[in-house]
Ligand binder design. Structure first.
Ligand SMILES: [Zn+2]
Length: 389
């Protein structure tokens, strides 16, 4: 059994003014406490207990603030703009009355029970799992997002370990957002055309707002673009995962971290934000693929990237890629992105992929040893002087 942890976001239902005010006060109180704690040296902070700090927060809440400011992540912080109130798993409880779920937790005015909305149908089985004890819970955070209040809950569930019998490769690129394919058989294409078009539109408006110095609108616009990209990534990853589930396959992707260091973008590409900002989207797509596969017991495998788009997926020799087309010297023709996806899927099948890099490096070495443009290589010179002596 494997354990997968996720955060689920539940919106508070029909929150009245008093409750909103209460949550706001709690946030202010938690932020003040956190910032006060940061003024103390770390060893002193570690010695503090909830009885020794001045706050209106109930001890379960202030304890979490102290814990956070002494944790690895929190101790490095300079100051907090907003510190959302957090309750550890022993101090909040999920209830169900009829069909309505609610969460009870300590506040600054005693323990409150607030109904929550189940916005996504995915969350229903998770909430049932929490109620019957098959799903473990972590801490809960009260967070305001776009003027609405939510509770973010950490949940850990066990997923069955699956032995994948197949692998599918996933190539991410410019023509297509992603192409997934098994070693043999049909693949799936996720076209990048519409996405690129929409990104250019976002870019155009961004430029206008910049020139007009409308910075608040600009910030909103950027957020809007990010939300939209996020939604696209969710859709694409969900469909890839469904395909992987159907073929009982692990998904292999290129390791873009390694790739970005070597891949140089042209000036034109960099200027076009639709293209230059792509890597960000790939990262988010990767994260989403990773946890969605994990939920099914499947894996996301990262492989080093060289030559996936340059070698032929049928015979493994180097070929020529021209935009959408790939031609190999043996006459095999492929769609370029599909070819790359198939190469990624069958990585272990061809020795050429990784060894090729070494061989080419060796060839380059021997080339330089033979001297550039016919000049006598160094070892020959030393040898000839040896003979002359
Ligand atoms: Zn070929």
């Amino acid at each position: 059994m494997k354990r997968v942890t996720r955060t689920i976001k539940l919106k508070f239902l029909q929150l009245n003014k008093a409750k909103q005010q209460l949550f706001e006060e709690m946030t202010v109180e938690a932020t003040d406490l956190a910032n006060w704690l940061l003024t103390l040296p770390l060893p002193e902070r570690r010695k503090l207990t909830t009885s020794k700090v001045q706050t209106r927060l109930m001890s379960a809440l202030s304890n979490q603030v102290i814990r956070h400011t002494t944790s690895d992540a929190g101790k490095k912080a300079k100051s907090f703009k907003r510190f959302p109130p957090e309750v550890n798993n022993q101090n909040w409880v999920l209830h169900k009355v009829g069909t309505t779920y609610s969460v009870s937790f300590p506040t600054i005015k005693g323990t409150k029970r607030v109904p929550v909305e189940v916005a996504s149908s995915h969350w229903q089985p998770v909430l049932e799992g929490i109620l019957n004890g098959t799903i473990e819970t972590g801490s809960a955070k009260i967070i305001k997002h776009r003027n609405k209040w939510y509770v973010y809950v950490c949940v850990t569930e066990e997923v069955p370990q699956v032995d994948a019998t197949n692998t599918i490769g996933c190539d991410r690129g410019q023509n297509n957002l992603a192409v997934v394919a098994p070693k043999n058989g049909f693949g799936k294409f996720f076209s990048g055309k519409k996405v690129m078009h929409r990104r250019r539109y976002f870019q155009k408006r961004r430029k206008q707002l910049q020139e007009a110095k409308k910075f608040r609108a600009l910030k909103k616009w950027d957020k809007k673009e990010r939300r939209w990209m996020d939604a696209v990534d969710h859709t694409v990853s969900r469909r890839i995962v469904r395909f992987a589930e159907y073929l009982n396959a692990d998904v292999v992707v290129e390791d873009l971290e390694g790739c970005r260091k070597t891949m140089k973008q042209s000036k034109k590409q960099r200027g076009d934000s639709a293209q230059s900002r792509h890597s960000w989207s790939f990262y988010s797509l990767e994260m989403k693929l990773d946890y969605k596969l994990a939920m099914l017991g499947l894996k996301l495998v990262k492989r080093p990237a060289p030559y996936t788009s340059k070698s032929c997926s049928t015979c493994g020799t180097l070929g020529i890629r021209e935009r959408h087309h790939f031609n190999c010297p043996h006459g095999h023709y492929h769609n370029a992105d599909l070819n790359a996806a198939k190469n990624i899927a069958q990585w272990d099948g061809f020795a050429c992929s990784l060894d090729l890099k070494r061989d080419i490096a060796a060839m380059a070495m021997s080339d330089s040893e033979n001297g550039l443009l016919g000049a006598a290589p160094n070892w020959m010179k030393t040898q000839s002087t040896g003979i002359g002596d």
